[in-house]
Ligand binder design. Structure first.
Ligand code: HEC
Length: 117
């Protein structure tokens, strides 16, 4: 007789737990593709490098403007993220295909891409 309420409670907790961990969906792809850094030089760098992957869901890269996908990355701290870009990580080649991007440029590009659209 005690098993029923226990089961019901367990189920409710499980559902609540799932709901809380549900990641927010990315913004519409059209908005992701149109977004550019405000600075013209950075926008150019972004267009010829980061954009190729960070606007394509199939690339496995955290998408531009998808703040929820960036949150666990940002939690590593900016120096660690700059290092990942410099050295490459998984499907991302060294320097994120932007050989002339300085660490400061990379930081600005990361802040731009991780900002919610
Ligand atoms: C060829 C594809 C590609 C390009 C170009 C690219 N990225 Fe990435 N990026 C990825 C992928 C894939 C990941 C996820 C890697 C992983 O976690 O295995 C990623 C992850 C990242 C991360 C998270 C690193 C971490 O430690 O979690 C940052 C920061 C980043 N990219 C910044 C950039 C910047 C800035 C540029 C442009 C200068 C850029 N990327 C260009 C594919 C790319």
């Amino acid at each position: 007789m005690r098993a029923i309420p226990a089961f019901a409670l367990g189920g409710a907790l499980l559902l609540a737990g799932c709901g809380a961990r549900e990641p927010a969906p990315p913004p519409a792809l059209a908005r992701i593709e149109q977004a550019r850094p405000a600075d013209a030089r950075l926008a150019q760098a972004y267009e010829r490098s980061c954009l190729a992957c960070h606007t394509r869901p199939e690339s496995g890269a955290p998408l531009t403007g998808h703040a929820a996908a960036w949150a666990p990355r940002l939690a590593k701290g900016m120096p660690a993220l700059q290092r990942s870009v410099a050295q490459g990580l998984g499907g991302m080649p060294a320097q994120g295909l932007c050989p002339d991007c300085t660490p400061a440029d990379v930081e600005q590009l990361i802040l731009f891409m991780s900002h919610a659209l």
